[in-house]
Design a protein around this ligand. Structure first.
Ligand SMILES: [Zn+2]
Length: 241
């Protein structure tokens, strides 16, 4: 299973990530860091070089310049890597942060991920409906990034819309595990197994179905979408954003 992290390089060279993948430590020793049962159940196969901080540095992007990480949700494979970015604040929906503290039955949450985290910025999606989603929030004044309500997989999941170079993407996290799921009457098996709320998940999928007519949807774990992502040369190395 792939794990896609969106990388937004701003004009002032600061970097914003959407999710952060697994930490360097977890990529080096998955069992020891995310739990042996979980690592074996999910068959996590990583090398140290898979950590997002390392991948960025190989492309000339310094981890110190990552100023914000937007969490689509707080499952460990999306925020475990936050600890590798010392200057980043973690932007997360208030509902998701609340759920992280009370939902003990969700095995995707790992309390260790935010234990030492001092830089959490909970946000409320208060800008109203947008692009077929019930709630939204503009993150920057230039309208380059906005958050969309994608509740269903978890109580406070968000999707992140990114405008770049005349193109438009929505990083959907785990709202669906692959784009093809949207063609099914219900959803894929993994989505069904992992969703928190059936009707909210259905509403989210309806919004995604509409959105994909005009934008590129990027699920976190869909390797098939790689070919649709922009590739930008950076210091001689192809970079995917
Ligand atoms: Zn998830």
């Amino acid at each position: 299973m792939s794990n896609t992290v969106a990388v937004i390089v701003r004009d002032d060279e600061s970097i914003v990530l959407v999710d952060a993948g697994l930490s360097e430590a977890a990529c080096r020793e998955p069992g020891k860091n995310v739990g042996h049962v979980r690592a074996r159940f999910l068959s996590i196969q990583t090398t140290p070089e898979d950590a997002v901080a390392i991948q960025l540095e190989k492309r000339g992007l310094r981890r110190e310049n990552v100023k914000a990480i937007i969490a689509t949700h707080l499952h460990f494979d999306h925020v475990g890597g936050v600890r590798d970015f010392p200057n980043a604040e973690l932007i997360v929906s208030k509902e998701e942060l609340d759920a992280f503290s009370w939902r003990r039955t969700d095995l995707g949450y790992d309390k260790r991920d935010l234990k030492l985290e001092q830089r959490i910025v909970p946000v409320e999606l208060e800008d109203g409906a947008r692009e077929g989603f019930a709630k939204s929030l503009d993150l920057f004044e230039d309208d380059s990034v906005h958050l969309l309500d994608a509740q269903g997989h978890t109580p406070g999941a968000i999707a992140v819309a990114i405008a770049s170079g005349g193109k438009h993407f929505i990083h959907v996290g785990d709202a669906v595990y692959n784009v093809k799921e949207l063609d099914l009457a219900d959803c894929g098996l993994i989505s069904r197994f992992n969703r928190w709320d059936k009707s909210k998940h259905r509403a989210c999928r309806d919004a995604l179905r509409e959105a994909r007519k005009t934008t590129t949807l990027v699920p976190s774990h869909d390797a098939a979408i790689f070919s649709t992502l922009p590739t930008v040369p950076a210091k001689g190395v192809a970079r995917r954003a």
